[in-house]
Ligand binder design. Structure first.
Ligand code: C2E
Ligand code: C2E
Ligand code: C2E
Length: 88
């Protein structure tokens, strides 16, 4: 992979997510659990989610998608590579 794309691939670290207090990550944890359930995807250490879903989650957290991405990187739920280029 060249990494040249603006691809903000959103790959959630599920193990890290489980270590964080529910009052911080509750909505995200429930969202991720719902996607796992819809896919029947329970065995992964990570979960790839839609860019659309990050937008929805940002509304829930009352942040912009960029701010939420920073927050998730800060929590260790997303890797630093997830940081978007300065679009939008
Ligand atoms: P759906 O959106 O009608 O998608 C049906 C199937 O198309 C999915 O079955 C999956 O096999 C494939 N698919 C759709 N979009 C993508 C994609 O961007 N990448 C990949 N690799 N495959 C895709 P699946 O995975 O069993 O999901 C069943 C249903 O669960 C989906 O129906 C959707 O309603 C929901 N779902 C699953 N994952 C997500 C997600 O990450 N975000 C959202 N919003 N819904 C999801
Ligand atoms: P990748 O996207 O870099 O993912 C690497 C590994 O992370 C995957 O290995 C899998 O173990 C894990 N992973 C990533 N997202 C998820 C997720 O939503 N659920 C679960 N349970 N695990 C996840 P794996 O499965 O052997 O796939 C290797 C590579 O094959 C992937 O690298 C990707 O390039 C490709 N691939 C696999 N599934 C899909 C898919 O649905 N869509 C696309 N476009 N590529 C896929
Ligand atoms: P991916 O499978 O590599 O898909 C990359 C992008 O291709 C998706 O970005 C989406 O824009 C497009 N795409 C792939 N399959 C479909 C499809 O069936 N219908 C439509 N309308 N678009 C499709 P997006 O949405 O940001 O998703 C990022 C990653 O999240 C996907 O990478 C996949 O790993 C995961 N994902 C998203 N939705 C689903 C789903 O319903 N089921 C599963 N198993 N994985 C999903």
């Amino acid at each position: 992979p060249s990494g040249a794309e603006p691809a903000t691939k959103i790959v959630i670290n599920l193990e890290r997510l489980q270590q964080l207090p529910a009052e911080k990550v509750g909505p995200l944890a429930r969202y991720a659990a719902t996607i796992q359930s819809q896919r029947g995807d329970y065995n992964g250490k990570v979960l790839s989610i839609r860019t659309e879903d990050l937008r929805s989650l940002a509304i829930i957290y009352d942040m912009t998608p960029g701010e939420l991405t920073e927050q998730l990187i800060d929590w260790g739920v997303l890797p630093p590579e997830a940081r978007p280029s300065t679009e939008e």
